[in-house]
Ligand binder design. Structure first.
Ligand SMILES: [Mn+2]
Length: 353
């Protein structure tokens, strides 16, 4: 066995041991509560909704009533998420935060999936209403992390659905091919079709298990499809790309044009597909906010750069939202200035700015 094989094996063993510990704690928490509320991040995506549905199955198996809290406005929900919501509306009870106080008892558990950030969670204003909170996620922790002793947060894991699929197996829960498809779609989304840096041997083995449960691969892919309008705007943004030496690609939307965070993320992903060391997409989200979405191949720590703009992330991906009175062009200039001394962008390329 090579050193790297041995390292992977050790990591897998540790992961399993930690997940086992977490599963026991989670089981106890669910059993000791009257009801289970499950929530995820605002602007819910397929990894978020499918992982929440998976956790709901676990609560039901332990004979607890469960509710999925989602506050996204219907018109802003992504089409894949909407398809899953519609298809599962008879099986899972979805509520908005406004219903929480009406339904809640003194002894309920809140389980948060696919985020650990208090600012991004769907029922942010109600977090303090729950004495008992568990978190299952694959994003980095920071000062905004919701305090909880029952958490399984693994940034090196491909997706929350990968974690939840293992939990479903460990809880010996039967689920049908539709649920398997939604979990697979969650993994596909966060791995860009099993191509991300975070896609591991374990990811493939989980995908194999979902396939054995008759997950529909073609439908899981179709759920990723974006609307035509999104596609056009992402393409427009990419057309504005400046390439800097040392394989930096930055695209920057016109200051007066509005983009969604999802569009910026997609543009950054697409640029990163051209093998850059770092790719960034800058665009205006609304009147007060300019956002950057960035990706790296691991040679540059995206988080460090995004932190300068008040954002965060991991080695490979990050984002920042800038609410000072600024323009997209100013943000681009500042970004290039930060990158320049460290990463050898020449004076000539700066002049072209
Ligand atoms: Mn995710």
């Amino acid at each position: 066995m090579t050193d790297s094989e041995r390292k992977i094996l050790t990591e897998q063993r540790n992961y399993r041991a930690e997940l086992n510990e977490f599963r026991k704690k989670l089981k106890e928490k669910i059993e000791n509560s009257n009801q289970v509320f499950i929530t995820t991040h605002i602007n819910s995506d397929i990894d978020a909704i499918s992982s929440a549905i998976g956790i709901s199955l676990i609560a039901n198996k332990l004979k607890k009533k469960s509710y999925i809290i989602m506050d996204d406005k219907l018109e802003t929900i992504n089409t894949g998420v909407l398809t899953i919501i519609d298809a599962t509306s008879n099986d899972f009870e979805r509520i908005s935060s406004l219903m929480i106080d009406e339904i809640k008892t003194d002894n309920d558990l809140l389980i948060v999936t696919d985020t650990n950030n208090i600012e991004l969670v769907s029922c942010k204003e109600y977090i303090n209403h729950f004495k008992s909170i568990a978190i299952i996620d694959h994003h980095d922790q920071n000062s905004k992390t919701i305090p909880s002793l029952t958490k399984f947060i693994k940034p090196q894991t491909s997706s929350t659905c990968e974690i939840v699929t293992t939990l479903l197996e460990d809880f010996r829960i039967d689920y049908d091919s539709d649920i398997a498809t939604y979990l697979l779609a969650g993994i596909y989304l966060d791995t860009k079709g099993l191509r991300s840096e975070t896609t591991t041997g374990n990811t493939f083995s989980i995908v194999g298990k979902l396939k054995d449960k008759n997950a529909n691969i073609k439908f899981a892919e179709e759920l990723q499809d974006e609307t035509f309008e999104t596609k056009l705007k992402v393409n427009d943004l990419i057309r504005l790309t400046n390439n800097y030496s040392y394989r930096f690609a930055i695209c920057c939307g016109k200051n007066e044009e509005i983009f969604s965070q999802e569009m910026l993320a997609k543009a950054a992903d697409e640029l990163q597909g051209f093998n850059n060391d770092m790719s960034c997409a800058i665009g205006r989200l609304n009147e007060n906010t300019v956002s950057i979405s960035s990706r790296s191949n691991g040679k540059i720590n995206v988080r460090e750069i995004m932190e300068i703009f008040g954002g965060g992330g991991s080695l490979y991906r990050g984002a920042a939202q800038i609410t000072d009175d600024t323009t997209t062009e100013e943000v681009q200039k500042k970004l290039v200035k930060i990158l320049k001394p460290n990463f050898y962008i020449s004076e000539q390329e700066l002049k072209n700015e």
